[in-house]
Each structure stands twice: as structure tokens, then as C-alpha cells.
Design a protein around this ligand. Structure first.
Ligand SMILES: C[S@@+](CC[C@H](N)C(=O)[O-])C[C@H]1O[C@@H](n2cnc3c(N)ncnc32)[C@H](O)[C@@H]1O
Length: 269
């Protein structure tokens, strides 16, 4: 079976072909998925991607789904996990209503849910407001944040990350390319003078950290159907059409849900 884990980040699996912008481990191929999926037609049995799809803009997102359809074998399975726009908006409205009634806990949670909803779309710097909030020593709604974004929040809450180190860990090859790129950027900045910060913003917004679109159960189902997928089906971390799903450990860590604020959807070619 050929299994693809696209935009795997640090969550790769030795039985899968793992692809990401960055070579995050031995079993990961560094590749930009905006150039298409590097496999021939009708070649792949399963495509899994978690918290990748929202990093494409609407246009590139449609192309990505078409690419998934192209490379999957007939009856091949696509599983997509994204932050659930509907869930986040409902939570925002709940915390807003309670905050307006003077509920102190809600007022603290409101701070977080606004960050969760907006920050990854609008940030121009790695980590954005999310890291600033999490790194605050006096944080009082730690458990709420863990309930929202999962046990991975523990990593962030318990580690001395700085905003620039969380997302951008690089290997030696990437460091060399980085050095060349930095030289070119320095030169371009001299030419741009007092508008040189625009280069940093532009570069940051193309490294795959921003959310460029968001989806709910209606819009993602509709998109999959429009791209000719059948049996479009909302699911959860525990259930999948992917054979031996319970052994893949992709949406769980030690039996716990990795990213609770997610929407899980599957479809068949
Ligand atoms: C939020 S992380 C999710 C990582 C992992 N799938 C997970 O569930 O924890 C998004 C990942 O998508 C990758 N990514 C974003 N745009 C990409 C692109 N155009 N090509 C390849 N990978 C991309 C990023 O490098 C990052 O590792």
C-alpha cells in the first residue's frame, strides 16, 4: 500500500511517505506541495493530511484537492484534518456572550479564542500572538488552552520557546540555502531602504505558517464533492476508512486527541 502523509511537520510515520516543506526528520521528504503532488496518476492508496490544507489559499486549495484526486487510485481514500471554523466561531460566540455578562473566566478565555481564531491568519511573524500569550508566565487559563489545541499545547507551555524558534528549526542543507537567501535579501533590503520590512513580511507569509483559508463541515464537503470525490463523510480521530487506522497513531498521541479543535473528513475517489 502506498500511503502519503502530506504536510507532516513533526508527525511522520515510518510506514508512510511523509512530505513537508521542511525536512523535519529522516523519514521526511522536503518538497513544496504548491508544485503539485509528485506522483503519477492512479498511484496512491491513501492520502492523509492534518492541519495542512488551511495553509493554502482558496485557489491553491482547490488545486491541491484536484491533485489528491489525480494521484489516488480508484477507491483510494483521502483523509483531511483542519481546524474547524464552525467550532472555533461557536466557541468565540459562547465566550463573548459570557464575557458580556461579566464572567471573569470567560473574559480570560475570550482573549485566547480570539487569538486562536485570527492570529494564524494575520500574523506576520513566526509564532505570532499565540506564542506571546503562551509564553506569559502569569497565564491562568492553561487548561482551557490545552482543551482547545490539545496536548501539544503542553510542549509550548512547558518549553522556553522564543517566537522565532518554534516553527523554524532547520537542517544543515536548509541552513546553507538560508545563508544564500539571507545574502540576497540583505542586498534587496538595501535597495528598498525604509520599505525593507516588506520583504520580511512577504517571505514569512510564504513559508507555510499562516492560515490562508478556513473550512467547516459544509464548505469542505462541498469542495470535495465538486472535485468528484464520493462518500464524503465526517468522522473523528477514532474512526477511518483507512485500513488498520487504530495502529497508525496519526491523530492521537498516547491515546489522547492531538488537536481537539479539528474537523475530520474522509472521501473516496
Ligand atoms: C500546522 S503544521 C501541521 C503538521 C502536522 N501535519 C500535524 O498535524 O501536526 C503545517 C505543516 O504544513 C507544512 N506546509 C505548509 N505549506 C506547505 C507546502 N506548500 N508544502 C509542503 N508543506 C507545507 C508546514 O511546513 C508545516 O509543517
Amino acid at each position: 500500500m502506498k500511503l502519503l502523509n502530506l504536510g507532516c511537520g513533526k508527525h511522520y510515520h515510518k510506514n508512510w511517505i511523509n512530505i513537508d516543506f521542511n525536512k523535519t526528520g529522516e523519514n521526511v521528504i522536503a518538497y513544496n506541495l504548491l508544485n503539485g503532488i509528485p506522483y503519477k496518476e492512479n498511484d496512491i492508496d491513501v492520502i492523509y493530511n492534518s492541519h495542512l490544507f488551511e495553509h493554502f489559499n482558496k485557489h491553491n486549495g482547490i488545486n491541491f484537492i484536484k491533485e489528491c484526486y489525480r494521484v489516488l487510485k480508484p477507491n483510494g481514500i483521502l483523509r483531511i484534518v483542519v481546524p474547524d471554523l464552525e467550532g472555533i466561531v461557536k466557541e468565540y460566540l459562547l465566550q463573548l456572550e459570557k464575557s458580556l455578562l461579566g464572567d471573569k473566566n470567560a473574559q480570560t478565555n475570550y482573549e485566547w479564542i480570539v487569538i486562536e481564531m485570527i492570529d494564524q491568519m494575520i500574523r506576520n511573524k513566526s509564532g505570532g500572538e499565540m506564542i506571546n500569550y503562551i509564553m506569559n508566565k502569569n497565564i491562568v487559563n492553561k487548561n482551557y488552552i490545552i482543551d482547545r489545541i490539545g496536548i501539544e499545547a503542553n510542549d509550548l507551555l512547558n518549553t522556553n520557546y522564543t517566537a522565532n524558534t518554534y516553527y523554524l528549526k532547520k537542517n544543515n542543507n536548509q541552513k546553507l540555502l538560508g545563508l544564500i537567501s539571507r545574502f540576497r535579501v540583505k542586498f534587496a533590503k538595501i535597495i528598498l531602504g525604509n520599505e525593507s520590512h516588506l520583504i520580511d513580511i512577504g517571505k514569512f507569509r510564504t513559508i507555510g505558517e499562516n492560515h490562508l483559508w478556513m473550512y467547516d463541515r459544509y464548505s469542505l464537503s462541498k469542495l470535495l464533492q465538486e472535485c468528484h470525490f464520493s462518500k464524503v463523510n465526517l468522522t473523528d480521530v477514532f474512526h477511518s476508512m483507512i485500513p488498520n487506522w487504530e495502529q497508525q497513531n496519526l491523530d492521537l498521541i498516547d491515546g489522547k486527541i492531538r488537536q481537539p479543535n479539528s474537523l475530520y473528513i474522509e472521501a473516496i475517489k
